[in-house]
Design a protein around this ligand. Structure first.
Ligand code: AR6
Length: 205
């Protein structure tokens, strides 16, 4: 059940009758935070001021998980565009916690923001790295006039970040930038991540 306090309201609950069943939280009078289950490669708003975030690796040339799905859906132009991103050191185009932007090619959104979350077991400061991944993605989106942005659960797959801790960092970091966007979405692939995100959003927002 939603336990919204009076700082932020739950506009609609998870009940399927309201808002297409998509839990929506007002972060300011003109910006909304939405949580949905699904495949982020299908997500878009208008193909002009929208972007999805990719949970990439430092090489930025594709991989498994959501990265693989995004590259498959975007077509081979995406890896070509990623190759154009300059290396900051050998084999590293996007260091952990940073973000880079490309066009989205065959995806329905206008841009892909590639970020690299921490490998939970080996990062000396996984919280700071995850927070930076969200922050730098949002900063880059803002600089590129993105008004609608969707995130996957960065680091919650192969990189092994515990869902609850990850969701709290994600939600609280996004809240800092809320006013800069019309809508910030989470598109979560698994029931587990979806349920944890919803529970934490109800608690924190
Ligand atoms: N839409 C939304 N979320 C998805 C999708 C999808 N189509 N597919 C998977 N997820 P992961 P990481 C979820 O492993 O932990 C790659 O190989 C998935 O269920 O994709 O940051 C990269 O190249 C999980 O909750 O990313 C890197 O090497 C979440 O996306 C490495 O994995 C993130 O899981 C990055 O690992």
């Amino acid at each position: 059940a939603a336990m919204a306090n009076n700082r932020t309201s739950v506009v609609s609950s998870a009940s399927p009758e309201s808002n297409g069943g998509m839990p929506t939280f007002a972060l300011s009078p003109s910006s909304f935070f939405k949580i949905q289950k699904g495949d982020i490669t299908k997500w878009f708003v208008n193909g002009e001021t929208d972007a999805i975030v990719n949970a990439a690796n430092e090489k930025m040339l594709g991989g498994g998980g959501v990265d693989g799905a995004i590259h498959r859906a975007a077509g081979p132009e995406l890896v070509a565009a990623c190759r154009e991103v300059p290396e900051v050191r050998r084999g590293v185009r996007c260091p952990t916690g940073e973000a880079r932007i490309t066009l989205a090619f065959r995806l329905p959104v206008s841009h892909v923001i590639h970020t690299v979350g921490p490998i939970y077991a080996s990062d000396p400061h996984p919280e700071a790295s995850l927070r930076n991944a969200y922050r730098n993605s949002l900063r880059l989106a803002r600089e590129n006039n993105i008004q609608y942005i969707a995130f996957p659960a960065i680091s919650c797959g192969v990189y092994g970040y515990p869902f609850k801790e990850a969701s709290r960092i994600a939600i609280l970091t996004i809240k800092e930038f809320a006013a800069d966007f019309k809508e910030v979405h989470f598109v979560l692939f698994s029931d587990d991540t979806y349920n944890v995100w919803l529970e934490e959003a109800n608690e924190l927002l």
